[in-house]
Design a binder for this molecule. Structure first.
Ligand code: C2E
Ligand code: MG
Ligand code: MG
Ligand code: MG
Length: 278
């Protein structure tokens, strides 16, 4: 039946598959339009130290579609990556972050705060990436020492030599690197050792059940011991309860991020959430 239309024509007769393809194309078109219409914004989620003092924030992209409402990054980031829209979106996030760092730098109460920005594989591999990051910082006169770029293990695996060169170029200017979602990838210890990292972020999937699941507890303790011996800072993601915090602190974790301290929010909302950090 698939050949009904002619000898060499290939057709999809699966309506479910066709519907999924259409939905994707539709979302992609909406994203393109949303970028022009200013539907994207960034939220900031607080990161605190072992004494629960604010040390900075992670910048998280948000999309509010006029009809769809808030679309999750888990849904649109992979599509943005495939379509190439991640390039303008990534530039937008970097611009926002650098502008915010420059504002914080103006007050002694906030000048120490740093920002972490997620970088996607395609963005990181783009030929102009290093130049664009440096240009965004320069444009806003933002301090590179207050910027951390979050990479993932999987995006570094392809061409590790090339990745290290890029990281070194940015590191020379003062920019730091964090390995995001640590523990969910396949990286070996020698791989970890070669990367010029300052920080690893323990994935929230290990933090969630750390008090109930002995395997998660063992993984978290191992990551913390490893980080300590390699002189890396650690931020635990997805910290929601005092119990999780207690366990993490007991085993030497020095950085925390999660609903216990604050949800991702626009900076206007930070006033009520914390103290005056706008
Ligand atoms: P991620 O970088 O690992 O970011 C942390 C995610 O955990 C965020 O989800 C945050 O809202 C969520 N989270 C934080 N604390 C808690 C908690 O206590 N409990 C729970 N259940 N979740 C918590 P979000 O904002 O939905 O982002 C999902 C992912 O999308 C991010 O994971 C990141 O991989 C990607 N993403 C977000 N913004 C950007 C961006 O600007 N560029 C790129 N390339 N990726 C981004
Ligand atoms: Mg992240
Ligand atoms: Mg993460
Ligand atoms: Mg993630």
């Amino acid at each position: 039946e698939a050949k009904a239309g002619g000898r060499n024509t290939l057709r999809f007769f699966d309506p479910a598959m066709q519907a999924a393809v259409n939905a994707r194309l539709h979302l992609e078109a909406d994203m393109r339009q949303g970028l022009e219409r200013g539907e994207f914004s960034v939220h900031y989620q607080p990161v605190v130290d072992e004494r629960a003092r604010l040390v900075g924030a992670e910048v998280l992209l948000r999309w509010r579609h006029p009809v769809r409402g808030m679309v999750s990054p888990a849904e649109f980031i992979p599509l943005a990556e495939q379509s190439g829209l991640i390039l303008p979106l990534g530039r937008f996030v970097l611009q926002q972050a650098c502008a915010q760092l420059a504002r914080w730098a103006q007050s002694p109460a906030t000048a120490h705060l740093s920002l972490s920005v997620n970088v996607s594989a395609r963005q990181f591999r783009h030929a102009d990436f290093v130049a664009e990051v440096l240009e965004a910082l320069r444009e806003h006169a933002a301090n590179p020492r207050r910027l951390t770029l979050e990479l993932t293990e999987s995006m570094l695996l392809g061409d590790i030599e090339d990745a290290i060169v890029r990281m070194q170029q940015l590191k020379r200017e003062g920019i730091g690197f964090a390995l995001d979602d640590f523990g969910t990838g396949y990286s070996s210890l020698s791989f970890l050792k070669r990367l010029p990292l300052e920080q690893i972020k323990i994935d929230q999937s290990f933090v969630r059940d750390v008090l109930e699941d002995p395997n998660d507890a063992a993984i978290v303790r191992t990551i913390l011991a490893l980080a300590q011996s390699m002189d890396l800072q650690v931020v635990a993601e997805g910290v929601e309860t005092a119990g999780q915090l207690g366990f993490l602190r007991l085993h030497g974790c020095g950085g925390f991020q999660g609903y216990l301290f604050g949800r991702p929010a626009p900076l206007q909302a930070w006033d009520e959430m914390l103290f005056s950090v706008r």
